[in-house]
Design a protein around this ligand. Sequence first.
Ligand SMILES: *Cc1c(COP(=O)(O)O)cnc(C)c1O
Length: 458
Amino acid sequence: MNKQEIPYKIYLEEQEMPKQWYNVRGDMKKKPAPLLNPGTLQPLKQEDLEGIFCSELCKQELDDTTRFFDIPEEIRSFYKMYRPSPLVRAYCLEEKLGTPAHIYYKFEGNNTSGSHKLNSAIAQAYYAKKQGLKGVTTETGAGQWGTALSMACSYFDLDCQVYMVKVSYEQKPFRREVMRTYGATVTPSPSMNTEVGRKINAEFPGTNGSLGCAISEAVEAATKQEGYRYVLGSVLSQVLLHQSVIGLETKAALDKYGIKADMIIGCAGGGSNLGGLIAPFAGEILRGEADYDIIAVEPASCPSLTRGKYAYDFCDTGKVCPLAKMYTLGSGFMPSPNHAGGLRYHGMSSIVSELYDQKILRAVSAEQTEVFKAATQFARTEGILPAPESSHAIKVAIDEALKCKETGEAKNIVFGLTGTGYFDMVAYAKYNDGEMTDYIPSDADLEKSFSQMPVVNL
Ligand SMILES: *Cc1c(COP(=O)(O)O)cnc(C)c1O
């Protein structure tokens, strides 16, 4: 198609928004390994999960054969406030780079929470409400998930209790205030409210906290209160299912203009945006219908895919959650606190892990300062201040576009711009002041954490 004929922003019509989520596991011959009960180390059943998660979400979590799930009308109505999200052609960036490549980004920052997380938050709040629960508990790292969930809970009039990683609680007071504005209670983690929090505080005095700790606290809070369940914003298969709306819209927008993606790039923390973005494309690869170069980009400071082990591990530091087989750095891994928030999880979605193991996607890692360089370049040319997490994908999209400049290939590069970075100005300030450092764990650091992983013989 002629360059001029493709609009700057490809919007779908409201009625073109997906009516079903896509479960990529339905098209996988070799499925991700089942979650295990942390007590018995046996595959989890619906009954084991029901105490922690809403029933409908347990079903979605365990179902690895149904390919499509209807999106309830109530959730679609909420989606319509900010979806379909635009697929943007990055003309200005292309010009600045002087690349023959065509760069597209799917922008998920168009809502107050500032990220894709709202896509799953609203679904999880809906199922909790439908089950007649009083409220939900959760953890938040950088704050995007807590914000998204507080918005979703206020929409359905549910109580929302958020355990926020202490370093973010202190560094991001405005995030905290957005959550409180939407009616959520926010507690810095590790706290003294829970048994596991008190234990972690005793073991690591003065700790800045981690996502793994906050998860343990939120799970404990959910199981100890009547009418509460725990919800999680990433990693789980149900979250990837909800996030498939990103990929389905991206595919529909590309198809509308007859564009065939060559590369699809996403940042990877727990794997939810990446898993959602790539789902329909990975499905085509799995069914033998098409081929794509899919790239997961992770921080060099928390490199679960590129340096982790593919093994059963705990999903949280307190070891109260089910075990998942995933690429992991070990649940005891404490990422450097100086690294910008949302990609600091020790593990990776079991779906993304299995797709990676099957070589449906590849992974690269990026260091923090080069990521912020790309973020700044993008902000200055495309006019959007990107989240640091999203900027990992920007960095690799730019690298790939520059490779195209050398080879003269006009590849279609699609990447996920998961959110905006307005609450990340402490990290931007560090970069602007030339004070940003690149922390990369040593092999010895990783070995130490690997050595504490559970031994599971299945
Ligand atoms: C949470 C977050 C991520 C990382 O989480 P995934 O589950 O890996 O998608 C990426 N970008 C933004 C803006 C986020 O808020």
